[in-house]
Structure formats: structure tokens, C-alpha cells
Design a binder for this molecule. Structure first.
Ligand code: GLY
Length: 361
């Protein structure tokens, strides 16, 4: 079991390992008390009984277990307001704790419930997907979607602790593992050094070899923590985490979310490498492509409408108001481990990069 400390005020631990006794491990960081566990209809049947038992045996008073229907559609004001009502009816007070047991949707939605219920109660993240272990459970971003766009409502609400148990990944579909690996590769390229070198073990990690998997999750969490510690509220540096996301989000939305987040980000990274080679002179295309393929992620794509991708990019909340209608902000790499952010890229360059996806390289 490895622990990474996220050094904010207050600091919090991210515990990574296999078969982690949650209640026991948390005892060193959060005092047991009244709590509610919230999960979704996919994760509940698999992991709720185990999490609940572990907490109760460590002295937690689990007031209730709440479940909502799994899926991005639940990141809505409607489900949020229902959950607030259900939490209120458990009698949870301001000294209570909410446990978010699940993947990214659970962490975002339940995290926002914890951020706003009684003006904020304690939150513990129990991520059950690789994507949420390496990314969304760390750093405090919580929130909801609106019909007008994803993640348009939210808050920064740091958890008290994160417990990432890789035993939970055994029930995860392969496509979901690839989703998490996309963010792992992204951060390895941004971080460079030992983390980047250890990406050689990505195939072993993908096939479930726990040693390399824990090591890579630890690298990712450590890197993400180091970014969030320096820029908690995304005033600048934190936006490096959006490498591959500018076009990736556009592709994801334009596909009607048939592309998974990781698949879209993989394609977005291919485009960013193409644009980066032109802007910075650094060509990482081949190495990046090998890594993405080792993750089981796509590096080519046909049949998308470039106009729809550009329209979705223009609606993206991350666009700054001062960006011209035909300019987009990109994170690019000057070399492995040296990202630059806020680089203005024109629409014709985006279109040219999208062409790369059709297989030209
Ligand atoms: N997933 C990007 C961030 O946490 O800032």
C-alpha cells in the first residue's frame, strides 16, 4: 500500500493498493462518525456491502446507503436535488461525512452534494475506475452537467482522503481501463522523467499486473497533486492537465458521446502532437502513438464532421471569453516533461490536425 499526500491546506492522503481495509486505513486520517455512502446502480451491487462493512467495523455510523442510476445523465440538477433531499432525510449533520463510492460521475455528483449540503460537509472519495483513481478523485473538482454543456456547474471541494483500491478494477470492462490509461499516458508525457520512463510498463499494467499498475497510478497521483498544489483553482498551470482535451472534448461531444472520454482524449493528443510539432518544433508523434496503441486506444478516426467538432470546441467552457471566434487555446509539449499552455491555435490549424486522424500521420 502506498500513500501520496496532496499538500493543500488541509493536506489529504491518497492511499493506493490492493484489498485495502478502508475503515482501518482511514482511521489515521479521519475520525469515524456519522456518514452516508453514495454510489450508483453499477457499483452498488459490487462494492457497497464491502465498503459499508469495513467502515462499520472501524466505528463509522453508516446512516444510510444511497444509490442513483449509473450514467452521465445522472450528473443533472434533478438527480443532484433528489440526492440532497435523500441525504437530508438521513439526518446527516454538519459534522457528517459523505463517501463517494464509484467512478467519475459518482465523484463529481456526490462531491458536489458534499460541497453544498449544509454549506459543505466532509467528503471521502472511494474511486472504483482507473480514470477516477488517476484523475477526478484528486484535486477537488466536483460538479454537474447542464443541458447547455458538461461540467457547467460545480465547485472546488477537496476530499478528506482518497482510497484507490485496484482490486475494484477487476470488474471493470477493458474499455474503461483504456480510458484511465489515456489520462495516465497524458500525465506521463507532461511529467517526463521517471514517470515517463515507467510508461514502458503500460502493457503490463493494462493486463492487470498489479506492481506496474500501482506504480503508474502512484506516479499519476503524485504528478496531479504537484500541479494542484501549485494551482488549485486552475488560474494557469493546472490547465496543462487539459493536454489533448481541447480537440478531444470536441470529438467526444460531436460523436454524441459514442467515443469514450479516453478514446476522444487519445485522438485529441494525436492532434495536439501534430499542432505542437509545428509550434514548438518538437515531434513526439511516434512515441505517443506507440503508448496510446499499447493502451488499446485509437490513434486514427474517420467519419467525423470537422464542423461539428469545431462547433463543440467553441461551446467548451474552458474557452476564455477573449479568445477570438476562430482561435483556440492549446496545451502543447516543447519536449517530454515540458508543457506550455494557453497557446493560440487557429481554426485552419485545427482542421489540418483533424485531417491527421484520417491516417496520414
Ligand atoms: N481533470 C483535470 C483537472 O482536474 O484539473
Amino acid at each position: 500500500m502506498n500513500t501520496v499526500t496532496v499538500d493543500l491546506t488541509p493536506s489529504y492522503p491518497v492511499v493506493i493498493g490492493a484489498e485495502i481495509p478502508i475503515g482501518e486505513v482511514l482511521a489515521a486520517h479521519v475520525s469515524p462518525g456519522p456518514c452516508v455512502i453514495v454510489t450508483d446502480s453499477n457499483v452498488g451491487p459490487l462494492h457497497l456491502a464491502d465498503a459499508c462493512g469495513s467502515l462499520e467495523s472501524a466505528g463509522w455510523e453508516v446512516l444510510d446507503n444511497l444509490q442513483f442510476i449509473a450514467g452521465e445523465e445522472s450528473k443533472s440538477l434533478k438527480v443532484y436535488s433528489e440526492l440532497l433531499g435523500r441525504v437530508a432525510r438521513t439526518g446527516l449533520g454538519r459534522d457528517g461525512t459523505i463517501f463517494a463510492l464509484g467512478g467519475g460521475v459518482v465523484g463529481d455528483l456526490v462531491g458536489f452534494v458534499a460541497a453544498s449540503y449544509m454549506r459543505g460537509v466532509r467528503l471521502v472519495m472511494l474511486p472504483t475506475t482507473l480514470l477516477s483513481m488517476v484523475d477526478s478523485s484528486v484535486g477537488g473538482k466536483v460538479g454537474l452537467d447542464l443541458p447547455e454543456g458538461k461540467n457547467l456547474v460545480g465547485a472546488f471541494h477537496q476530499p478528506e482522503a482518497v482510497v484507490a483500491d485496484i482490486a475494484r478494477l477487476e470488474t471493470l470492462p477493458e474499455r474503461e481501463i483504456s480510458n484511465g490509461l489515456a489520462e495516465l499516458v497524458k500525465m506521463g508525457l507532461l511529467a517526463g522523467g521517471e514517470y515517463f520512463r515507467d510508461l514502458d510498463a503500460i502493457s503490463a499494467a493494462r493486463s492487470g499486473d498489479s506492481g506496474p499498475l500501482v506504480k503508474l497510478i502512484e506516479h499519476a497521483v503524485r504528478y496531479k497533486a504537484s500541479v494542484v498544489e501549485r494551482d488549485e483553482r486552475e488560474g494557469g498551470l493546472r490547465s496543462v492537465l487539459n493536454y489533448g482535451h481541447t480537440i478531444g472534448h470536441g470529438l467526444e461531444a460531436a460523436s454524441g458521446y459514442r467515443l469514450s472520454h479516453g478514446e476522444a482524449i487519445s485522438l485529441g493528443m494525436v492532434c495536439a502532437a501534430k499542432i505542437g510539432a509545428k509550434h514548438t518544433g518538437f515531434d513526439l508523434m511516434e512515441r505517443q502513438r506507440e503508448l496510446l496503441l499499447a493502451c488499446g486506444l485509437p490513434v486514427t478516426q474517420t467519419g467525423f464532421d470537422a464542423g461539428a467538432v469545431l462547433a463543440a470546441m467553441s461551446r467548451d467552457k474552458k474557452r476564455a471569453a477573449e479568445d477570438g471566434a476562430r482561435m483556440h487555446r492549446f496545451v502543447l509539449l516543447e519536449e517530454i516533461g515540458r508543457p506550455v499552455w494557453g497557446v493560440s491555435v487557429s481554426e485552419p490549424e485545427v482542421i489540418e490536425a483533424l485531417e491527421t486522424l484520417k491516417g496520414a500521420g
